[in-house]
Design a protein around this ligand. Structure first.
Ligand code: FES
Length: 105
């Protein structure tokens, strides 16, 4: 496990993108939990965000791909609407320790 960032770096209801060893990923802080996924839409394999660190829909309740609007559950990464419905984002193994988000690629 390696440190990615501090939990306080990502406010509740926000998301943030990172690149680690050439792998694009992002973190969502939602309802007191942190989810970490590869920044790769299962539809076309491209990055999801329309602007830096903007991975959520307007309500902040779902992850949204900017290209064709696919919507994903924050907890599981499952696509529930759009061209890749039924597929999922790739989750990154992580844990929270001493206020840090640690990941394993
Ligand atoms: S590339 Fe993400 S929905 Fe099409």
């Amino acid at each position: 496990m390696r440190p990615l960032c501090h939990t306080s770096d990502i406010e509740e209801g926000k998301s943030k993108g990172f690149e680690v060893d050439g792998v694009a990923l992002f973190v969502v802080h939602h309802q007191g939990r942190w989810s970490v996924f590869r920044n790769e839409c299962p539809h076309l394999g491209i990055n999801l965000e329309w602007m830096p660190d903007q991975f959520l829909d307007s309500d902040g309740c779902l992850i949204q791909c900017a290209m064709h609007g696919a919507l994903f559950l924050i907890d599981s990464g499952e696509c529930i609407s759009g061209p890749c419905t039924g597929q999922s984002l790739t989750a990154i193994k992580h844990e929270i320790r001493d206020g840090q988000i640690l990941i394993r690629l």
